[in-house]
Write a new protein. Structure first.
Length: 385
């Protein structure tokens, strides 16, 4: 009765079952996986946000496949502030980066075509690929005094079925930004083989460096699809607004935009109130980002302080994003460690395998949890090693 593409194993894993039991029993819990900024105690200008959604223009229906021009110009302004030149005609609005991935996969891939994605990385890619009948091929990020792309492995994975290479800039959960030399090499590989780059930049603004990282949005060397949205950069996941910026050689870019516009016109998924509010939401992002990065730095300093006295537990280098990768003794599976922390210490962390970390001995923690909770959670975490 059902399509093979949806024949997923929907049984919950042991950790999810244990978490459900823990919550059902009403036990205390420190959640060190927090990813929803609206639930982490940040201050939002409620009046400005709600007023932005009350535009009288929202009462008129003006369908525009790429999204309303004023909203796309607001996205152009966002990139201009970063020093990147992006044209409004090269931007499409989507309800989420997941939808943006869907549009790009449909534009580039026939059933069973391959897309290379980095590993470790977040697990959403698998479902997105399944739904679009795309095969994911994982290329490794390796850690050696910092994260980097393993180009030897990446190039060995390229086949005649490869339709794109995904870069997550910065990666989640490793916090790895694509370096200048890596960008040059990726561009060369993709240009030589006529393979586009798909750049996921939802965490772009959250760099721990004083120098802002360069976006892929104006990349001209090869066809490039760059995506981001309000969920992370404005801390507004509930507004369901994202975008896709297309760049690269003129002929390829034009063909891609023409095809994407037909797909977007088929769905017309963006709602008017949010489109009219995007400009104001982007103006408000600075205050939110200052709050979030202040907390990330405080929590990271606390993490460093507690790990300084521990030989058996350490963290890997982080360049940006909201997460930290912890190295712990690999004397048992990461899931078993996470289960003990939940059942005996009342804290919830993600095992590394949730993000396709290839070996045991890794835990992933969020750096945006409230500061006191984070400090207490890390104290309990390191106490078992």
């Amino acid at each position: 009765m059902f399509a093979d593409r949806t024949n997923w194993n929907l049984a919950p894993n042991r950790l999810s079952e244990a978490l459900a039991r823990h919550r059902a029993a009403g036990k205390p819990l420190i959640d060190l996986t927090a990813s929803n900024p609206t639930e982490c105690g940040f201050t939002y200008d409620r009046t400005k946000i709600l007023n932005a959604l009350a535009s009288p223009q929202s009462l008129s229906y003006d369908p525009e496949p790429k999204g309303l021009l004023a909203a796309r110009q607001a996205v152009v302004g966002y990139y201009a502030e970063r020093g990147d030149r992006v044209a409004a005609s090269d931007v499409l609005l989507t309800t989420s980066t997941s939808e943006a991935y869907s549009f790009v996969f449909r534009t580039l891939c026939n059933p069973s075509d391959e897309v290379l994605v980095p590993t470790p990385s977040y697990p959403l890619f698998d479902l997105l690929a399944d739904i679009q009948d795309v095969r994911l091929i994982r290329y490794p990020l390796i850690y050696d005094h910092g994260w980097q792309i393993n180009f030897f492995a990446l190039e060995a994975l390229l086949t005649t079925s490869t339709r794109a290479i995904v870069v997550v800039h910065p990666n989640n959960p490793t916090g790895h930004f694509t370096k200048h030399d890596e960008r040059l090499r990726l561009n060369q590989i993709c240009a030589d083989r006529q393979i586009p780059v798909i750049a996921d930049e939802v965490f772009l603004d959250f760099s721990l460096s004083a120098k802002p990282p360069i976006s892929w949005a104006a990349n001209a060397e090869t066809l490039t699809f760059t995506m981001s949205g309000l969920s992370k950069i404005c801390g507004l996941p509930q507004m369901k607004a994202a975008w896709l910026a297309v760049s690269g050689p003129k002929d390829q870019k034009t063909q891609a935009l023409d095809r994407l516009e037909v797909i977007a016109d088929t769905y017309l998924s963006m709602n008017a109130p949010v489109q009219h509010a995007i400009s104001k939401f982007l103006e408000l992002r600075h205050e939110f980002q200052q709050q979030l990065m202040s907390r990330v730095r405080v929590n990271l300093a606390e993490l460093n302080r507690q790990l300084a006295t521990r030989k058996a537990c350490s963290r890997l280098e982080i360049e940006g994003g909201w997460y930290a990768v912890l190295r712990v003794p690999a004397t048992r599976t990461d899931e078993e460690v996470a289960l003990e922390l939940l059942e005996k210490k009342d804290i919830y962390v993600h095992p590394g395998h949730f993000y396709d970390v290839p070996t045991d001995g890794y835990l992933i923690v969020s750096l945006i949890a409230p500061e006191q909770e984070f400090a207490e959670g890390i104290k309990r975490l390191v106490s078992i090693f």
